[in-house]
Design a protein around this ligand. Structure first.
Ligand SMILES: Nc1nc2c(ncn2[C@@H]2O[C@H](COP(=O)(O)OP(=O)(O)OP(=O)(O)O)[C@@H](O)[C@H]2O)c(=O)[nH]1
Length: 366
Protein backbone atom coordinates (compact mmCIF):
# COMPACT_ATOMS: atom_id res chain seq x y z
CA UNK A 1 0.00 0.00 0.00
CA UNK A 2 1.19 3.50 -0.75
CA UNK A 3 2.44 4.75 2.60
CA UNK A 4 1.64 8.29 1.61
CA UNK A 5 -2.05 7.55 1.44
CA UNK A 6 -4.02 8.54 4.51
CA UNK A 7 -6.91 6.26 5.41
CA UNK A 8 -10.27 7.98 5.65
CA UNK A 9 -12.61 6.20 8.05
CA UNK A 10 -16.35 6.91 7.97
CA UNK A 11 -17.98 6.91 11.40
CA UNK A 12 -21.72 6.44 11.02
CA UNK A 13 -24.67 5.33 13.13
CA UNK A 14 -28.19 6.43 13.95
CA UNK A 15 -29.03 9.64 15.86
CA UNK A 16 -27.52 9.68 19.32
CA UNK A 17 -25.82 6.28 19.10
CA UNK A 18 -22.55 7.72 20.40
CA UNK A 19 -20.48 8.78 17.37
CA UNK A 20 -19.19 12.01 18.89
CA UNK A 21 -18.42 10.22 22.16
CA UNK A 22 -16.43 7.59 20.24
CA UNK A 23 -14.63 10.23 18.20
CA UNK A 24 -13.62 12.04 21.40
CA UNK A 25 -12.34 8.73 22.81
CA UNK A 26 -10.19 8.26 19.72
CA UNK A 27 -8.87 11.78 19.98
CA UNK A 28 -7.88 11.27 23.59
CA UNK A 29 -6.26 7.89 22.98
CA UNK A 30 -4.61 8.36 19.64
CA UNK A 31 -1.11 7.98 21.07
CA UNK A 32 1.36 9.30 18.56
CA UNK A 33 -1.11 9.32 15.69
CA UNK A 34 -2.56 12.58 14.54
CA UNK A 35 -6.22 12.42 13.68
CA UNK A 36 -8.01 14.81 11.37
CA UNK A 37 -11.76 14.98 11.81
CA UNK A 38 -14.55 16.08 9.54
CA UNK A 39 -17.82 16.51 11.38
CA UNK A 40 -21.13 16.63 9.56
CA UNK A 41 -23.96 18.06 11.61
CA UNK A 42 -27.59 17.70 10.59
CA UNK A 43 -28.82 20.93 12.16
CA UNK A 44 -27.60 24.38 11.29
CA UNK A 45 -25.96 24.88 14.70
CA UNK A 46 -22.85 22.76 14.73
CA UNK A 47 -23.17 21.12 18.13
CA UNK A 48 -21.11 18.07 17.22
CA UNK A 49 -18.35 20.22 15.79
CA UNK A 50 -18.36 22.28 19.00
CA UNK A 51 -18.01 19.20 21.13
CA UNK A 52 -14.91 18.02 19.33
CA UNK A 53 -13.47 21.45 18.54
CA UNK A 54 -10.67 22.66 20.71
CA UNK A 55 -9.26 19.17 20.88
CA UNK A 56 -7.84 19.38 17.42
CA UNK A 57 -7.38 23.02 16.53
CA UNK A 58 -7.10 23.31 12.78
CA UNK A 59 -7.38 19.60 12.18
CA UNK A 60 -11.14 19.59 12.73
CA UNK A 61 -13.36 20.87 10.01
CA UNK A 62 -17.09 21.09 10.06
CA UNK A 63 -19.54 20.43 7.29
CA UNK A 64 -22.66 21.84 8.84
CA UNK A 65 -26.34 21.76 8.09
CA UNK A 66 -27.45 18.93 5.92
CA UNK A 67 -26.46 15.36 5.39
CA UNK A 68 -23.20 14.93 3.60
CA UNK A 69 -24.84 12.13 1.67
CA UNK A 70 -26.95 14.69 -0.14
CA UNK A 71 -24.27 17.22 -1.04
CA UNK A 72 -24.77 18.22 -4.66
CA UNK A 73 -21.29 17.11 -5.45
CA UNK A 74 -18.36 16.03 -3.41
CA UNK A 75 -16.37 19.20 -4.00
CA UNK A 76 -16.72 20.60 -0.50
CA UNK A 77 -15.75 17.28 1.00
CA UNK A 78 -12.83 17.04 -1.42
CA UNK A 79 -11.67 20.46 -0.41
CA UNK A 80 -11.59 19.49 3.27
CA UNK A 81 -9.93 16.19 2.54
CA UNK A 82 -7.33 18.03 0.50
CA UNK A 83 -6.65 20.40 3.39
CA UNK A 84 -6.31 17.63 5.96
CA UNK A 85 -4.33 15.29 3.73
CA UNK A 86 -1.68 17.86 2.85
CA UNK A 87 1.66 16.44 4.01
CA UNK A 88 2.35 19.64 5.99
CA UNK A 89 -0.70 18.89 8.19
CA UNK A 90 1.09 15.75 9.42
CA UNK A 91 -2.14 13.81 9.76
CA UNK A 92 -2.09 10.01 9.91
CA UNK A 93 -5.77 9.19 9.69
CA UNK A 94 -8.93 11.12 8.88
CA UNK A 95 -12.26 10.33 10.51
CA UNK A 96 -15.50 11.61 9.00
CA UNK A 97 -18.29 11.69 11.54
CA UNK A 98 -21.46 11.43 9.51
CA UNK A 99 -24.70 12.96 10.70
CA UNK A 100 -26.99 10.52 12.50
CA UNK A 101 -29.29 10.49 9.48
CA UNK A 102 -26.74 10.16 6.71
CA UNK A 103 -26.75 7.29 4.24
CA UNK A 104 -23.34 5.69 4.73
CA UNK A 105 -23.16 4.16 1.29
CA UNK A 106 -23.36 7.63 -0.25
CA UNK A 107 -20.35 8.71 1.75
CA UNK A 108 -18.40 5.59 0.88
CA UNK A 109 -19.25 6.17 -2.75
CA UNK A 110 -17.94 9.74 -2.58
CA UNK A 111 -14.70 8.58 -1.03
CA UNK A 112 -14.22 5.86 -3.60
CA UNK A 113 -14.82 8.42 -6.32
CA UNK A 114 -12.36 10.91 -4.89
CA UNK A 115 -9.40 11.62 -7.11
CA UNK A 116 -7.25 12.84 -4.25
CA UNK A 117 -4.05 10.77 -4.49
CA UNK A 118 -3.21 11.33 -0.80
CA UNK A 119 -6.20 9.49 0.60
CA UNK A 120 -7.60 5.99 0.57
CA UNK A 121 -10.96 4.80 1.84
CA UNK A 122 -10.31 3.32 5.29
CA UNK A 123 -13.56 1.55 6.05
CA UNK A 124 -16.99 2.14 7.52
CA UNK A 125 -17.54 2.01 11.26
CA UNK A 126 -21.18 1.83 12.36
CA UNK A 127 -22.12 2.72 15.92
CA UNK A 128 -25.23 1.05 17.33
CA UNK A 129 -27.10 2.10 20.47
CA UNK A 130 -27.64 -1.21 22.29
CA UNK A 131 -30.51 0.19 24.34
CA UNK A 132 -32.39 1.61 21.33
CA UNK A 133 -31.46 -1.11 18.84
CA UNK A 134 -34.82 -2.87 18.45
CA UNK A 135 -36.86 0.32 18.38
CA UNK A 136 -34.57 1.91 15.79
CA UNK A 137 -34.70 -1.16 13.52
CA UNK A 138 -38.45 -1.25 13.79
CA UNK A 139 -38.79 2.32 12.60
CA UNK A 140 -35.92 2.14 10.12
CA UNK A 141 -35.41 -1.29 8.59
CA UNK A 142 -32.75 0.27 6.35
CA UNK A 143 -30.41 0.25 9.35
CA UNK A 144 -29.89 -3.45 8.60
CA UNK A 145 -28.49 -2.52 5.23
CA UNK A 146 -26.08 -0.04 6.83
CA UNK A 147 -24.73 -2.78 9.07
CA UNK A 148 -24.33 -5.01 6.04
CA UNK A 149 -21.77 -2.70 4.44
CA UNK A 150 -19.84 -1.90 7.64
CA UNK A 151 -16.28 -3.02 8.33
CA UNK A 152 -16.56 -2.62 12.08
CA UNK A 153 -19.70 -2.35 14.20
CA UNK A 154 -19.47 -0.89 17.69
CA UNK A 155 -22.42 -1.94 19.83
CA UNK A 156 -22.29 1.03 22.17
CA UNK A 157 -24.07 1.85 25.46
CA UNK A 158 -23.39 -1.67 26.69
CA UNK A 159 -23.69 -0.22 30.20
CA UNK A 160 -27.35 0.54 29.56
CA UNK A 161 -28.46 -3.05 28.94
CA UNK A 162 -28.17 -6.17 31.11
CA UNK A 163 -25.62 -8.80 30.08
CA UNK A 164 -28.03 -11.25 28.45
CA UNK A 165 -29.70 -8.49 26.48
CA UNK A 166 -26.28 -7.30 25.34
CA UNK A 167 -25.45 -10.80 24.09
CA UNK A 168 -28.75 -10.98 22.24
CA UNK A 169 -28.15 -7.63 20.51
CA UNK A 170 -24.58 -8.65 19.67
CA UNK A 171 -25.90 -11.87 18.12
CA UNK A 172 -28.42 -10.03 15.95
CA UNK A 173 -25.81 -7.47 14.89
CA UNK A 174 -23.32 -10.22 14.00
CA UNK A 175 -25.98 -11.84 11.85
CA UNK A 176 -26.59 -8.59 9.98
CA UNK A 177 -23.02 -7.40 9.76
CA UNK A 178 -21.67 -10.22 7.65
CA UNK A 179 -17.91 -10.27 7.88
CA UNK A 180 -17.50 -7.04 9.83
CA UNK A 181 -15.89 -7.17 13.26
CA UNK A 182 -18.47 -6.55 16.00
CA UNK A 183 -17.41 -5.21 19.41
CA UNK A 184 -19.33 -4.07 22.46
CA UNK A 185 -18.38 -0.81 24.14
CA UNK A 186 -19.45 1.72 26.72
CA UNK A 187 -18.92 5.40 26.01
CA UNK A 188 -17.25 4.50 22.74
CA UNK A 189 -14.24 3.01 24.52
CA UNK A 190 -12.95 0.81 21.76
CA UNK A 191 -9.41 -0.32 21.25
CA UNK A 192 -7.98 2.40 19.06
CA UNK A 193 -5.73 -0.04 17.21
CA UNK A 194 -8.76 -2.01 16.18
CA UNK A 195 -10.32 1.13 14.85
CA UNK A 196 -7.49 2.27 12.68
CA UNK A 197 -5.94 -1.00 11.59
CA UNK A 198 -8.95 -2.10 9.68
CA UNK A 199 -8.92 -5.15 7.44
CA UNK A 200 -7.27 -4.74 4.03
CA UNK A 201 -9.17 -1.92 2.52
CA UNK A 202 -8.80 -2.77 -1.13
CA UNK A 203 -10.14 -6.23 -0.53
CA UNK A 204 -13.14 -5.02 1.44
CA UNK A 205 -14.06 -2.38 -1.09
CA UNK A 206 -13.89 -4.98 -3.81
CA UNK A 207 -16.56 -6.87 -1.93
CA UNK A 208 -18.96 -3.99 -1.73
CA UNK A 209 -21.57 -4.37 -4.37
CA UNK A 210 -21.27 -1.43 -6.66
CA UNK A 211 -25.00 -1.62 -7.26
CA UNK A 212 -25.50 -1.37 -3.56
CA UNK A 213 -23.52 1.82 -3.51
CA UNK A 214 -25.22 3.12 -6.58
CA UNK A 215 -28.82 2.41 -5.59
CA UNK A 216 -30.49 5.38 -3.90
CA UNK A 217 -28.86 7.66 -6.44
CA UNK A 218 -30.71 10.89 -6.21
CA UNK A 219 -31.16 13.87 -8.42
CA UNK A 220 -28.73 16.02 -6.55
CA UNK A 221 -30.63 18.44 -4.41
CA UNK A 222 -28.56 20.67 -2.28
CA UNK A 223 -29.42 20.01 1.32
CA UNK A 224 -27.06 22.71 2.51
CA UNK A 225 -28.86 25.66 3.97
CA UNK A 226 -32.14 23.86 4.50
CA UNK A 227 -33.33 22.26 7.65
CA UNK A 228 -36.06 20.41 5.84
CA UNK A 229 -34.73 17.43 3.93
CA UNK A 230 -38.06 16.05 2.85
CA UNK A 231 -37.18 15.70 -0.81
CA UNK A 232 -34.65 12.90 -0.45
CA UNK A 233 -37.08 10.03 -0.54
CA UNK A 234 -35.69 6.74 0.64
CA UNK A 235 -32.95 8.38 2.66
CA UNK A 236 -33.18 8.02 6.40
CA UNK A 237 -33.55 11.73 6.86
CA UNK A 238 -36.45 12.07 4.45
CA UNK A 239 -38.93 11.72 7.31
CA UNK A 240 -37.11 14.01 9.73
CA UNK A 241 -37.24 17.70 10.45
CA UNK A 242 -34.81 19.66 12.51
CA UNK A 243 -35.09 22.89 14.43
CA UNK A 244 -32.15 25.03 15.40
CA UNK A 245 -32.92 27.30 18.34
CA UNK A 246 -30.65 30.03 19.67
CA UNK A 247 -31.37 32.46 22.48
CA UNK A 248 -29.28 35.07 24.21
CA UNK A 249 -32.00 35.38 26.85
CA UNK A 250 -31.61 32.70 29.55
CA UNK A 251 -34.04 29.81 29.67
CA UNK A 252 -36.29 29.35 32.69
CA UNK A 253 -35.51 25.94 34.18
CA UNK A 254 -39.12 25.20 35.14
CA UNK A 255 -40.79 25.89 31.78
CA UNK A 256 -37.96 24.20 29.88
CA UNK A 257 -38.24 21.08 32.03
CA UNK A 258 -42.02 21.06 31.61
CA UNK A 259 -41.44 21.11 27.86
CA UNK A 260 -38.73 18.42 27.92
CA UNK A 261 -40.61 16.14 30.30
CA UNK A 262 -43.63 16.16 28.00
CA UNK A 263 -41.77 16.04 24.70
CA UNK A 264 -43.55 14.06 22.00
CA UNK A 265 -42.37 10.57 21.08
CA UNK A 266 -41.34 11.71 17.61
CA UNK A 267 -38.85 14.23 18.99
CA UNK A 268 -36.06 11.67 19.08
CA UNK A 269 -32.91 13.73 19.44
CA UNK A 270 -32.07 16.98 21.25
CA UNK A 271 -28.56 18.26 21.75
CA UNK A 272 -26.89 21.51 22.61
CA UNK A 273 -26.20 23.89 25.44
CA UNK A 274 -28.56 25.72 27.81
CA UNK A 275 -28.00 28.94 29.74
CA UNK A 276 -30.19 28.95 32.86
CA UNK A 277 -29.11 32.50 33.76
CA UNK A 278 -29.35 33.41 37.43
CA UNK A 279 -30.58 29.91 38.31
CA UNK A 280 -26.97 28.78 37.79
CA UNK A 281 -24.77 31.60 36.58
CA UNK A 282 -21.59 29.52 36.71
CA UNK A 283 -22.42 26.64 34.41
CA UNK A 284 -23.71 26.02 30.96
CA UNK A 285 -25.69 22.80 30.66
CA UNK A 286 -24.88 20.50 27.78
CA UNK A 287 -28.05 18.57 27.06
CA UNK A 288 -28.65 15.29 25.25
CA UNK A 289 -31.92 13.54 24.62
CA UNK A 290 -31.96 10.25 22.68
CA UNK A 291 -35.39 8.64 22.58
CA UNK A 292 -36.65 8.71 26.19
CA UNK A 293 -33.12 9.22 27.57
CA UNK A 294 -32.37 12.72 28.83
CA UNK A 295 -29.18 13.96 30.42
CA UNK A 296 -27.66 17.32 31.41
CA UNK A 297 -23.92 17.82 31.77
CA UNK A 298 -23.06 21.07 33.60
CA UNK A 299 -19.76 22.64 32.60
CA UNK A 300 -18.29 25.94 33.83
CA UNK A 301 -18.65 28.81 31.40
CA UNK A 302 -15.31 29.86 30.03
CA UNK A 303 -14.25 33.45 30.65
CA UNK A 304 -15.63 35.66 27.92
CA UNK A 305 -17.77 32.88 26.44
CA UNK A 306 -21.05 34.30 25.11
CA UNK A 307 -23.95 33.19 27.28
CA UNK A 308 -26.15 31.52 24.72
CA UNK A 309 -28.62 28.69 24.58
CA UNK A 310 -28.07 26.71 21.39
CA UNK A 311 -30.19 23.68 20.69
CA UNK A 312 -30.72 21.35 17.77
CA UNK A 313 -33.92 19.29 17.90
CA UNK A 314 -34.46 16.48 15.41
CA UNK A 315 -37.63 14.48 15.06
CA UNK A 316 -40.21 12.92 12.88
CA UNK A 317 -43.80 14.15 12.70
CA UNK A 318 -42.99 17.10 14.95
CA UNK A 319 -44.82 20.42 14.59
CA UNK A 320 -41.68 22.53 14.21
CA UNK A 321 -43.25 26.03 14.34
CA UNK A 322 -45.21 25.06 17.46
CA UNK A 323 -42.10 23.64 19.08
CA UNK A 324 -40.20 26.81 18.33
CA UNK A 325 -42.95 28.88 19.95
CA UNK A 326 -42.87 26.66 23.02
CA UNK A 327 -39.12 27.11 23.31
CA UNK A 328 -39.45 30.85 22.89
CA UNK A 329 -41.97 30.85 25.72
CA UNK A 330 -39.32 29.30 28.01
CA UNK A 331 -37.15 32.42 27.80
CA UNK A 332 -36.90 34.18 31.11
CA UNK A 333 -36.81 37.91 30.50
CA UNK A 334 -37.31 38.91 34.13
CA UNK A 335 -35.50 36.38 36.28
CA UNK A 336 -36.86 35.73 39.74
CA UNK A 337 -34.67 36.21 42.77
CA UNK A 338 -32.35 33.24 43.23
CA UNK A 339 -34.45 30.19 43.95
CA UNK A 340 -32.40 27.04 44.15
CA UNK A 341 -35.47 24.84 43.90
CA UNK A 342 -36.06 26.04 40.36
CA UNK A 343 -33.13 23.84 39.26
CA UNK A 344 -34.38 20.66 40.89
CA UNK A 345 -36.15 19.52 37.73
CA UNK A 346 -32.89 19.87 35.80
CA UNK A 347 -30.70 18.28 38.46
CA UNK A 348 -32.75 15.07 38.29
CA UNK A 349 -31.07 14.54 34.95
CA UNK A 350 -27.51 15.34 35.95
CA UNK A 351 -25.46 12.22 36.44
CA UNK A 352 -22.82 12.11 39.15
CA UNK A 353 -19.45 12.11 37.35
CA UNK A 354 -18.23 9.13 39.45
CA UNK A 355 -21.30 7.13 38.45
CA UNK A 356 -20.57 7.64 34.79
CA UNK A 357 -16.90 6.88 35.29
CA UNK A 358 -17.75 3.65 37.12
CA UNK A 359 -20.14 2.58 34.39
CA UNK A 360 -17.49 3.25 31.79
CA UNK A 361 -14.79 1.40 33.69
CA UNK A 362 -16.86 -1.54 34.85
CA UNK A 363 -15.29 -4.47 33.00
CA UNK A 364 -18.59 -6.36 33.04
CA UNK A 365 -20.18 -3.49 31.14
CA UNK A 366 -18.16 -3.93 27.96
N1 LIG B 1 -25.00 5.38 29.09
C1 LIG B 1 -24.29 5.65 28.01
N2 LIG B 1 -24.46 6.84 27.39
C2 LIG B 1 -23.71 7.09 26.30
C3 LIG B 1 -22.78 6.15 25.78
N3 LIG B 1 -22.21 6.69 24.68
C4 LIG B 1 -22.75 7.91 24.50
N4 LIG B 1 -23.66 8.17 25.49
C5 LIG B 1 -24.49 9.36 25.65
O1 LIG B 1 -25.43 9.39 24.57
C6 LIG B 1 -25.70 10.74 24.19
C7 LIG B 1 -25.44 10.92 22.70
O2 LIG B 1 -24.06 10.69 22.43
P1 LIG B 1 -23.32 11.34 21.15
O3 LIG B 1 -21.91 10.83 21.15
O4 LIG B 1 -23.53 12.81 21.11
O5 LIG B 1 -24.15 10.66 19.96
P2 LIG B 1 -24.02 10.94 18.39
O6 LIG B 1 -24.16 9.62 17.71
O7 LIG B 1 -22.79 11.73 18.08
O8 LIG B 1 -25.32 11.84 18.14
P3 LIG B 1 -25.82 12.53 16.74
O9 LIG B 1 -24.61 13.21 16.17
O10 LIG B 1 -26.89 13.47 17.16
O11 LIG B 1 -26.34 11.45 15.88
C8 LIG B 1 -24.82 11.60 25.08
O12 LIG B 1 -25.59 11.97 26.20
C9 LIG B 1 -23.71 10.65 25.50
O13 LIG B 1 -23.12 10.99 26.74
C10 LIG B 1 -22.64 4.89 26.47
O14 LIG B 1 -21.90 3.98 26.06
N5 LIG B 1 -23.42 4.72 27.56
Amino acid sequence: MNRQQIPVVVLAGFLGSGKTTLLNHLLHHSGGSRIGAIVNDFGSIEIDAMSVAGQLGDSTVSLGNGCLCCAVDASELDEYLERLARPSAGIDVIVIEASGLAEPQELVKMLLASENPHIVYGGLVEVVDAAEFDATRERHPEVDRHLGIADLVVVNKADRVPGDERERVLGVVRGLAGRAAVVAASYGRVDVELFFDRAPVGERVGQLSFDDLREDDHDGHDAQGHDDHGEHDGHLHSAYESLAFTSDVPMGPRPLMALLDSRPEGLYRIKGYVDFGTADPRNRYEVHAVGRFLRFYPQPWQPGEPRLTQLVLIGSGVDVPALEKELEACREYAPQAADERSMWGVLRYVQEPEEEQEAAEDPTAV
